[in-house]
Design a protein around this ligand. Structure first.
Ligand code: PAZ
Length: 382
Protein backbone atom coordinates (compact mmCIF):
# COMPACT_ATOMS: atom_id res chain seq x y z
CA UNK A 1 0.00 0.00 0.00
CA UNK A 2 2.99 2.32 0.48
CA UNK A 3 4.52 2.04 -2.97
CA UNK A 4 3.07 5.24 -4.35
CA UNK A 5 3.25 7.19 -1.13
CA UNK A 6 6.46 8.97 -1.93
CA UNK A 7 5.16 10.54 -5.12
CA UNK A 8 1.90 11.53 -3.47
CA UNK A 9 3.53 13.00 -0.45
CA UNK A 10 4.93 15.72 -2.66
CA UNK A 11 1.52 17.17 -3.45
CA UNK A 12 -1.07 18.81 -1.22
CA UNK A 13 -4.43 17.12 -0.64
CA UNK A 14 -6.76 19.07 -2.96
CA UNK A 15 -9.91 20.28 -1.19
CA UNK A 16 -12.19 19.03 -3.97
CA UNK A 17 -10.86 15.46 -3.52
CA UNK A 18 -11.78 15.59 0.17
CA UNK A 19 -15.20 17.09 -0.51
CA UNK A 20 -16.05 14.58 -3.23
CA UNK A 21 -14.86 11.69 -1.02
CA UNK A 22 -17.23 12.70 1.78
CA UNK A 23 -20.07 13.58 -0.58
CA UNK A 24 -19.99 10.14 -2.17
CA UNK A 25 -19.62 8.32 1.15
CA UNK A 26 -22.50 6.33 2.65
CA UNK A 27 -23.62 8.29 5.69
CA UNK A 28 -22.92 6.95 9.17
CA UNK A 29 -26.14 5.52 10.55
CA UNK A 30 -25.35 6.40 14.15
CA UNK A 31 -23.59 9.76 13.65
CA UNK A 32 -25.93 11.61 16.03
CA UNK A 33 -25.40 9.02 18.77
CA UNK A 34 -21.61 9.14 18.32
CA UNK A 35 -21.62 12.93 18.48
CA UNK A 36 -23.67 12.82 21.67
CA UNK A 37 -21.37 10.31 23.38
CA UNK A 38 -18.32 12.33 22.30
CA UNK A 39 -19.80 15.52 23.69
CA UNK A 40 -20.57 13.84 27.03
CA UNK A 41 -17.09 12.30 27.11
CA UNK A 42 -15.35 15.62 26.42
CA UNK A 43 -17.52 17.50 28.95
CA UNK A 44 -16.79 14.89 31.63
CA UNK A 45 -13.05 14.83 31.02
CA UNK A 46 -12.24 18.48 30.51
CA UNK A 47 -13.64 20.11 33.61
CA UNK A 48 -11.65 22.74 35.52
CA UNK A 49 -10.64 20.06 38.05
CA UNK A 50 -9.00 17.92 35.34
CA UNK A 51 -10.22 14.75 33.69
CA UNK A 52 -11.75 11.84 35.54
CA UNK A 53 -8.52 9.90 35.23
CA UNK A 54 -6.45 12.46 37.11
CA UNK A 55 -4.39 14.15 34.39
CA UNK A 56 -5.23 17.77 33.61
CA UNK A 57 -7.64 17.52 30.69
CA UNK A 58 -5.45 15.24 28.63
CA UNK A 59 -7.27 13.16 26.05
CA UNK A 60 -5.88 10.81 23.42
CA UNK A 61 -7.66 9.48 20.35
CA UNK A 62 -6.15 6.08 19.51
CA UNK A 63 -6.96 4.66 16.06
CA UNK A 64 -6.46 0.91 15.90
CA UNK A 65 -6.94 -2.00 13.48
CA UNK A 66 -7.31 -2.06 9.70
CA UNK A 67 -10.00 -0.44 7.56
CA UNK A 68 -11.84 -2.42 4.89
CA UNK A 69 -12.80 -1.41 1.36
CA UNK A 70 -16.11 -3.00 0.33
CA UNK A 71 -16.42 -4.30 -3.22
CA UNK A 72 -20.23 -4.41 -3.11
CA UNK A 73 -22.83 -2.17 -1.43
CA UNK A 74 -24.50 -5.25 0.07
CA UNK A 75 -20.99 -6.24 1.08
CA UNK A 76 -19.98 -9.87 0.59
CA UNK A 77 -16.37 -9.25 -0.40
CA UNK A 78 -13.92 -6.60 0.72
CA UNK A 79 -10.24 -5.65 0.64
CA UNK A 80 -8.64 -5.55 4.07
CA UNK A 81 -5.66 -3.76 5.58
CA UNK A 82 -3.61 -5.88 7.95
CA UNK A 83 -3.54 -4.88 11.62
CA UNK A 84 -4.39 -7.08 14.60
CA UNK A 85 -5.11 -3.98 16.68
CA UNK A 86 -2.57 -5.02 19.31
CA UNK A 87 -0.58 -1.77 19.10
CA UNK A 88 -3.68 0.37 19.63
CA UNK A 89 -5.13 -1.83 22.39
CA UNK A 90 -1.87 -2.03 24.37
CA UNK A 91 -1.22 1.71 23.95
CA UNK A 92 -4.72 2.42 25.29
CA UNK A 93 -3.81 0.56 28.49
CA UNK A 94 -0.62 2.59 29.01
CA UNK A 95 -2.30 5.92 28.25
CA UNK A 96 -5.08 5.12 30.74
CA UNK A 97 -2.42 4.20 33.33
CA UNK A 98 -0.65 7.51 32.58
CA UNK A 99 -3.81 9.40 33.49
CA UNK A 100 -5.18 10.20 30.03
CA UNK A 101 -8.77 9.65 29.02
CA UNK A 102 -8.98 7.69 25.79
CA UNK A 103 -11.21 7.65 22.72
CA UNK A 104 -10.50 4.20 21.27
CA UNK A 105 -11.44 4.16 17.56
CA UNK A 106 -11.11 0.48 16.70
CA UNK A 107 -11.88 -2.04 13.99
CA UNK A 108 -14.75 -4.35 15.04
CA UNK A 109 -13.34 -7.71 16.15
CA UNK A 110 -9.75 -6.44 16.61
CA UNK A 111 -7.73 -6.62 19.88
CA UNK A 112 -9.22 -4.79 22.83
CA UNK A 113 -7.42 -3.04 25.71
CA UNK A 114 -6.74 -5.25 28.74
CA UNK A 115 -8.12 -8.21 26.79
CA UNK A 116 -5.62 -8.54 23.97
CA UNK A 117 -5.07 -12.18 24.95
CA UNK A 118 -8.77 -12.93 25.22
CA UNK A 119 -10.97 -13.86 22.29
CA UNK A 120 -13.45 -11.22 21.16
CA UNK A 121 -16.22 -13.33 22.61
CA UNK A 122 -19.85 -12.30 23.19
CA UNK A 123 -19.77 -14.45 26.33
CA UNK A 124 -17.75 -11.71 28.01
CA UNK A 125 -20.59 -9.30 27.41
CA UNK A 126 -22.71 -11.42 29.77
CA UNK A 127 -20.79 -10.27 32.84
CA UNK A 128 -20.45 -6.97 34.61
CA UNK A 129 -18.76 -5.47 37.66
CA UNK A 130 -21.00 -4.81 40.66
CA UNK A 131 -20.58 -1.78 42.97
CA UNK A 132 -18.54 -3.87 45.44
CA UNK A 133 -16.21 -4.88 42.52
CA UNK A 134 -17.52 -8.44 42.45
CA UNK A 135 -18.35 -10.09 39.15
CA UNK A 136 -22.03 -10.33 38.25
CA UNK A 137 -23.69 -12.29 35.49
CA UNK A 138 -26.08 -10.24 33.38
CA UNK A 139 -28.81 -12.55 32.17
CA UNK A 140 -30.80 -9.61 31.02
CA UNK A 141 -32.09 -10.85 27.73
CA UNK A 142 -32.59 -13.97 25.69
CA UNK A 143 -29.42 -13.33 23.69
CA UNK A 144 -27.29 -13.40 26.84
CA UNK A 145 -28.92 -16.59 28.07
CA UNK A 146 -28.38 -18.20 24.67
CA UNK A 147 -24.73 -17.08 24.55
CA UNK A 148 -23.95 -18.53 27.95
CA UNK A 149 -25.78 -21.79 27.19
CA UNK A 150 -23.86 -22.16 23.95
CA UNK A 151 -20.53 -21.40 25.63
CA UNK A 152 -21.24 -24.01 28.31
CA UNK A 153 -22.16 -26.58 25.66
CA UNK A 154 -18.97 -25.76 23.80
CA UNK A 155 -17.05 -26.06 27.06
CA UNK A 156 -15.66 -22.53 26.87
CA UNK A 157 -17.30 -21.07 29.96
CA UNK A 158 -15.01 -22.80 32.46
CA UNK A 159 -11.93 -21.59 30.65
CA UNK A 160 -13.05 -18.02 30.55
CA UNK A 161 -14.19 -17.84 34.15
CA UNK A 162 -11.06 -19.45 35.61
CA UNK A 163 -8.61 -17.57 33.43
CA UNK A 164 -6.95 -14.79 35.41
CA UNK A 165 -7.04 -12.52 32.37
CA UNK A 166 -10.77 -12.42 32.74
CA UNK A 167 -10.37 -9.83 35.50
CA UNK A 168 -8.78 -7.52 32.93
CA UNK A 169 -12.07 -7.40 31.13
CA UNK A 170 -13.63 -5.81 34.17
CA UNK A 171 -10.98 -3.11 34.16
CA UNK A 172 -12.29 -2.12 30.75
CA UNK A 173 -15.90 -2.25 31.87
CA UNK A 174 -14.92 -0.03 34.79
CA UNK A 175 -12.98 2.39 32.58
CA UNK A 176 -16.01 2.71 30.30
CA UNK A 177 -18.38 3.03 33.26
CA UNK A 178 -16.15 5.69 34.88
CA UNK A 179 -16.20 7.62 31.62
CA UNK A 180 -12.45 7.66 30.93
CA UNK A 181 -12.61 5.26 27.98
CA UNK A 182 -14.94 5.73 25.02
CA UNK A 183 -14.91 2.89 22.50
CA UNK A 184 -16.07 3.64 18.93
CA UNK A 185 -16.01 0.80 16.39
CA UNK A 186 -15.55 1.01 12.60
CA UNK A 187 -15.25 -1.51 9.80
CA UNK A 188 -14.96 0.33 6.48
CA UNK A 189 -12.75 3.20 5.36
CA UNK A 190 -15.97 5.25 5.02
CA UNK A 191 -16.90 4.75 8.68
CA UNK A 192 -13.33 5.27 9.88
CA UNK A 193 -12.83 8.66 8.24
CA UNK A 194 -16.26 9.98 9.18
CA UNK A 195 -15.84 8.98 12.84
CA UNK A 196 -12.29 10.40 12.92
CA UNK A 197 -13.72 13.69 11.68
CA UNK A 198 -16.41 13.68 14.39
CA UNK A 199 -13.78 12.94 17.05
CA UNK A 200 -11.44 15.68 15.87
CA UNK A 201 -14.19 18.27 15.80
CA UNK A 202 -15.29 17.22 19.32
CA UNK A 203 -11.73 17.44 20.64
CA UNK A 204 -11.01 20.81 19.06
CA UNK A 205 -11.57 22.71 22.31
CA UNK A 206 -9.19 20.39 24.15
CA UNK A 207 -6.48 22.13 22.07
CA UNK A 208 -2.87 21.06 22.71
CA UNK A 209 -3.94 18.66 25.49
CA UNK A 210 -5.32 16.28 22.85
CA UNK A 211 -3.22 13.64 21.10
CA UNK A 212 -4.06 11.82 17.88
CA UNK A 213 -2.23 8.47 17.98
CA UNK A 214 -3.01 7.00 14.57
CA UNK A 215 -1.89 3.37 14.64
CA UNK A 216 -4.69 2.09 12.38
CA UNK A 217 -3.77 0.63 8.99
CA UNK A 218 -5.84 2.77 6.66
CA UNK A 219 -6.72 1.89 3.06
CA UNK A 220 -5.01 3.98 0.39
CA UNK A 221 -7.51 2.93 -2.31
CA UNK A 222 -11.25 2.49 -2.42
CA UNK A 223 -14.19 1.99 -4.73
CA UNK A 224 -16.37 5.11 -4.79
CA UNK A 225 -19.87 4.34 -3.56
CA UNK A 226 -21.55 5.44 -6.78
CA UNK A 227 -19.48 3.05 -8.93
CA UNK A 228 -19.79 0.09 -6.54
CA UNK A 229 -21.85 -2.99 -7.51
CA UNK A 230 -25.02 -3.31 -5.45
CA UNK A 231 -25.08 -7.09 -5.02
CA UNK A 232 -22.50 -9.84 -4.89
CA UNK A 233 -20.30 -9.69 -8.01
CA UNK A 234 -21.01 -12.85 -10.03
CA UNK A 235 -18.12 -15.14 -10.93
CA UNK A 236 -19.99 -16.38 -14.03
CA UNK A 237 -19.07 -13.14 -15.82
CA UNK A 238 -15.39 -14.19 -15.90
CA UNK A 239 -12.31 -12.42 -14.51
CA UNK A 240 -12.92 -9.36 -12.41
CA UNK A 241 -11.49 -5.97 -13.37
CA UNK A 242 -11.78 -3.35 -10.67
CA UNK A 243 -10.49 0.18 -10.66
CA UNK A 244 -9.70 1.66 -7.29
CA UNK A 245 -9.72 5.39 -6.65
CA UNK A 246 -7.20 6.90 -4.30
CA UNK A 247 -8.32 7.83 -0.80
CA UNK A 248 -7.46 11.52 -0.30
CA UNK A 249 -4.61 11.97 2.18
CA UNK A 250 -6.66 12.92 5.22
CA UNK A 251 -3.67 13.33 7.55
CA UNK A 252 -3.05 16.84 6.29
CA UNK A 253 -6.76 17.71 6.59
CA UNK A 254 -6.82 16.39 10.17
CA UNK A 255 -3.63 18.24 11.05
CA UNK A 256 -4.45 21.58 9.40
CA UNK A 257 -8.22 21.86 9.59
CA UNK A 258 -9.93 19.39 11.88
CA UNK A 259 -7.60 19.56 14.91
CA UNK A 260 -4.87 22.13 14.29
CA UNK A 261 -3.80 22.53 17.95
CA UNK A 262 -3.53 18.85 18.89
CA UNK A 263 -0.35 16.77 19.15
CA UNK A 264 -0.30 14.50 16.09
CA UNK A 265 1.37 11.10 15.84
CA UNK A 266 1.18 8.87 12.78
CA UNK A 267 2.77 5.51 11.99
CA UNK A 268 4.81 4.28 9.03
CA UNK A 269 5.10 0.58 8.46
CA UNK A 270 7.75 -1.19 6.40
CA UNK A 271 7.52 -4.75 5.16
CA UNK A 272 10.80 -5.23 3.34
CA UNK A 273 12.23 -7.65 5.86
CA UNK A 274 9.07 -9.73 5.82
CA UNK A 275 9.21 -9.98 2.05
CA UNK A 276 12.76 -11.23 2.28
CA UNK A 277 12.09 -13.63 5.18
CA UNK A 278 9.07 -15.05 3.43
CA UNK A 279 10.94 -15.62 0.23
CA UNK A 280 13.52 -17.67 2.12
CA UNK A 281 11.31 -19.61 4.46
CA UNK A 282 8.05 -20.17 2.65
CA UNK A 283 9.32 -20.90 -0.85
CA UNK A 284 11.53 -23.50 -2.43
CA UNK A 285 14.90 -21.80 -2.86
CA UNK A 286 15.89 -24.32 -5.57
CA UNK A 287 13.22 -22.78 -7.75
CA UNK A 288 15.04 -20.62 -10.31
CA UNK A 289 12.48 -17.80 -10.20
CA UNK A 290 12.75 -17.56 -6.43
CA UNK A 291 16.55 -17.68 -6.59
CA UNK A 292 16.53 -14.82 -9.07
CA UNK A 293 14.11 -12.94 -6.88
CA UNK A 294 16.27 -13.35 -3.80
CA UNK A 295 19.38 -12.27 -5.68
CA UNK A 296 17.52 -9.23 -7.01
CA UNK A 297 16.39 -8.44 -3.51
CA UNK A 298 19.96 -8.73 -2.20
CA UNK A 299 21.17 -6.38 -4.92
CA UNK A 300 18.34 -4.00 -4.25
CA UNK A 301 19.21 -3.93 -0.57
CA UNK A 302 22.96 -3.73 -0.96
CA UNK A 303 23.07 -1.22 -3.78
CA UNK A 304 20.47 1.19 -2.61
CA UNK A 305 19.72 1.51 1.08
CA UNK A 306 18.92 -0.65 4.06
CA UNK A 307 15.29 -1.38 4.94
CA UNK A 308 15.56 0.88 7.94
CA UNK A 309 16.96 3.75 5.84
CA UNK A 310 14.05 3.49 3.42
CA UNK A 311 11.54 3.37 6.24
CA UNK A 312 13.14 6.30 8.07
CA UNK A 313 13.25 8.35 4.87
CA UNK A 314 9.52 7.75 4.42
CA UNK A 315 8.84 8.59 8.06
CA UNK A 316 10.84 11.83 7.79
CA UNK A 317 8.98 12.75 4.62
CA UNK A 318 5.61 12.13 6.30
CA UNK A 319 6.73 14.21 9.30
CA UNK A 320 7.47 17.18 7.06
CA UNK A 321 4.67 16.83 4.56
CA UNK A 322 1.87 16.34 7.09
CA UNK A 323 3.52 18.47 9.81
CA UNK A 324 3.24 15.58 12.26
CA UNK A 325 4.79 16.04 15.68
CA UNK A 326 5.97 12.43 15.63
CA UNK A 327 6.06 9.62 13.11
CA UNK A 328 6.58 6.17 14.55
CA UNK A 329 8.38 3.86 12.14
CA UNK A 330 8.06 0.11 12.51
CA UNK A 331 8.74 -3.04 10.50
CA UNK A 332 5.91 -5.56 10.35
CA UNK A 333 8.18 -8.42 11.42
CA UNK A 334 9.72 -6.66 14.43
CA UNK A 335 6.88 -4.32 15.43
CA UNK A 336 6.39 -5.97 18.81
CA UNK A 337 10.11 -5.66 19.64
CA UNK A 338 11.03 -2.14 18.61
CA UNK A 339 9.89 1.05 16.93
CA UNK A 340 11.76 4.20 15.90
CA UNK A 341 10.26 7.50 16.95
CA UNK A 342 11.03 10.23 14.44
CA UNK A 343 10.57 13.89 15.37
CA UNK A 344 12.07 17.08 13.97
CA UNK A 345 14.76 17.01 16.64
CA UNK A 346 15.53 13.31 17.12
CA UNK A 347 15.26 9.68 16.07
CA UNK A 348 14.84 7.44 19.11
CA UNK A 349 14.77 3.66 18.99
CA UNK A 350 12.35 2.34 21.61
CA UNK A 351 12.69 -1.33 22.56
CA UNK A 352 10.68 -3.77 24.60
CA UNK A 353 12.37 -4.67 27.89
CA UNK A 354 13.35 -8.28 27.07
CA UNK A 355 14.43 -8.94 30.66
CA UNK A 356 10.81 -8.71 31.88
CA UNK A 357 8.37 -11.43 30.91
CA UNK A 358 5.33 -9.98 29.15
CA UNK A 359 6.90 -6.52 28.77
CA UNK A 360 5.55 -4.68 25.73
CA UNK A 361 7.18 -2.06 23.53
CA UNK A 362 4.09 0.14 23.99
CA UNK A 363 5.04 0.74 27.65
CA UNK A 364 8.28 2.75 26.97
CA UNK A 365 6.72 4.14 23.78
CA UNK A 366 3.78 5.72 25.58
CA UNK A 367 6.14 6.97 28.31
CA UNK A 368 8.16 8.80 25.65
CA UNK A 369 5.02 10.18 23.95
CA UNK A 370 3.68 11.48 27.29
CA UNK A 371 7.01 13.19 27.98
CA UNK A 372 7.12 14.89 24.55
CA UNK A 373 3.44 15.82 24.81
CA UNK A 374 4.11 17.51 28.18
CA UNK A 375 6.85 19.59 26.56
CA UNK A 376 4.46 20.48 23.73
CA UNK A 377 1.73 21.62 26.15
CA UNK A 378 4.21 23.77 28.10
CA UNK A 379 4.89 25.85 24.99
CA UNK A 380 1.26 26.96 25.05
CA UNK A 381 1.37 27.75 28.78
CA UNK A 382 4.33 30.09 28.37
O1 PAZ B 1 -2.13 -3.75 14.88
P1 PAZ B 1 -0.82 -4.47 14.99
O2 PAZ B 1 -0.25 -4.42 16.39
O3 PAZ B 1 -0.90 -5.87 14.43
O4 PAZ B 1 0.20 -3.72 14.00
C1 PAZ B 1 0.50 -2.36 14.24
C2 PAZ B 1 0.72 -1.60 12.94
C3 PAZ B 1 1.90 -2.20 12.19
C4 PAZ B 1 -0.52 -1.68 12.05
C5 PAZ B 1 1.02 -0.12 13.34
O5 PAZ B 1 2.10 -0.04 14.20
C6 PAZ B 1 1.24 0.76 12.12
O6 PAZ B 1 2.32 0.88 11.60
N1 PAZ B 1 0.17 1.40 11.63
C7 PAZ B 1 0.17 2.17 10.41
C8 PAZ B 1 0.02 1.23 9.24
C9 PAZ B 1 0.04 1.91 7.89
O7 PAZ B 1 0.71 2.91 7.71
O8 PAZ B 1 -0.65 1.38 7.02
Amino acid sequence: MDAIDDANQLRETPKNEVISFFESTPLLKDAAEIEKSLKEFVDRNTSSSGNLNGKANRVVCIASGGTTVPLEKQCVRYIDNFSSGHRGAASTEYFLKAGYSVVFLYRRGSCQPFCSSLPDDPLLECFSVADDSSIEALFVDALHVETVKRAITENRAAWIITDSLFSSYFFVLNAVAEGILLKLPFTTIFEYLQILQLISVSLRDVGPSAIFFLAAAVSDFYIPWESMALHKIQSASGPLDIRLAQVPKMLSVLRNEWAPMAFHISFKVGDHLVLFDMSLSAMDVKDSFVRKYIIWFHDYNNNIETDTDILLAKATMALKKYKMHMVIANELSTRKEEVIVVTEQEKVTVRRDCTRAGAEVESPLVELVVDRHSTYIKKFDA
